[in-house]
Design a binder for this molecule. Structure first.
Ligand code: GLV
Ligand code: GLV
Length: 316
């Protein structure tokens, strides 16, 4: 029996899988701070971690007994993979099971920002609706518009699948072309600067790494098509958040739908005050079905690891 730490309570299925085989400590219903986690991590053989838990080199070095970090997320930018490998720690994630839920949320944000859903809802609930008006809250039409997808992996492609139903023209940008997906979704590959210049909507679906950090910086934001709407369900730091706020203030960027933030859970103050910005509390994978499947997958990875069976989704 191994000693396992779950840093936050996850759906029951995952708890059942782990506690049937191992001694399981559940840290609780609030996030452990870095210091708190650092304090106790050396007692554990395995950890089921959240994307908000930072496993940097000092944390990993202290975790002398640790064999596996099973991250309850598809993204793993919270973990120093080099340090993990150097210390013989396996890192796993939960891909695939959250693809549809995340793409669905990206699309929800796009529609919400374009058609001013949150603004309209507030308007009605605050008693301001006095009847149909020809010029009330005109939005940006999604149907037939140009969509630029940055990061054309599973989630980016699932966004494209939905965009096809809205007759959008789909462009994508990433390191390598994916000709199979181009045919499947009628998507066109473009270098990022060209993509930004023609997209009415830009959806960020890339992982965060050294290459994608501040991919949308001040210069790129200045070259984006006038009046574009930016959707981010990837990671906050892919956009320079301060510069995004400036581009929204100047009107260069017409709106945004954000589920992730550069300094999560802190949010650039100006964004909190704008009606044309829709903000969500990192809900990409947050459906009952998906979180159950993530729980099962993340827990099973740990069980497999201690049975000397290769977990399904090891990240390198
Ligand atoms: C969510 O952001 C994830 O990476 O799973
Ligand atoms: C990226 O991590 C993806 O699953 O698309």
């Amino acid at each position: 029996m191994a000693k396992i730490l779950m840093t936050r309570r996850i759906p029951k299925k995952g708890i059942a899988i782990l506690s049937a085989e191992h001694e399981l400590d559940i840290a609780g219903d609030k996030s452990l701070g870095y210091e708190e986690l650092f304090e106790i991590i050396d007692q554990y053989d395995g950890v089921l971690s959240m994307l908000s838990d930072k496993f940097d080199e000092p944390m990993i070095k202290r975790a002398k007994r640790l064999k596996i970090i099973s991250n309850y997320a598809v993204g793993y930018d919270n973990i120093d993979l080099k340090a993990a490998e150097a210390n013989n720690i396996i890192v796993t994630n939960t891909p695939d099971v959250l693809t549809e839920a995340t793409a669905e949320l990206a699309f929800s944000l796009m529609l919400a920002a374009a058609r001013r859903l949150i603004e309209g809802d507030k308007f009605v609930k605050s008693g301001k609706f006095e009847g149909w008006e020809p010029l009330l809250m005109l939005g940006k039409e999604v149907s037939g518009a140009n969509l630029g997808i940055i990061g054309f992996g599973r989630i980016g492609q699932a966004v494209a699948k939905r965009a096809k139903g809205f007759s959008m023209k789909i462009f994508y940008s990433q390191r390598k072309r994916n000709e199979k997906a181009e045919v499947e979704y009628g998507a066109k590959f473009l270098p990022i600067d060209d993509l930004l210049a023609i997209s009415d909507f830009v959806s960020i679906n890339a992982p965060l790494n050294a290459e994608s950090h501040h991919l949308l910086n001040k210069e790129r934001l200045s070259r984006i098509k006038n009046g574009a709407i930016i959707i981010n369900t990837g990671r906050g730091a892919i956009i320079d958040e301060k510069e995004l706020a400036n581009a929204l203030i100047s009107g260069k960027v017409a709106g945004a739908g954000l589920d992730v933030y550069e300094y999560e859970p802190k949010i650039t103050k100006e964004l909190l005050e704008m009606d044309n910005v829709v903000l969500l509390p990192h809900l990409g994978s947050s459906t009952v079905k998906t979180r159950d499947r993530m729980a099962e997958m993340a827990a099973t990875a740990i069980v497999d690891c201690f049975k000397s069976k290769m977990p399904l989704h090891i990240v390198k």
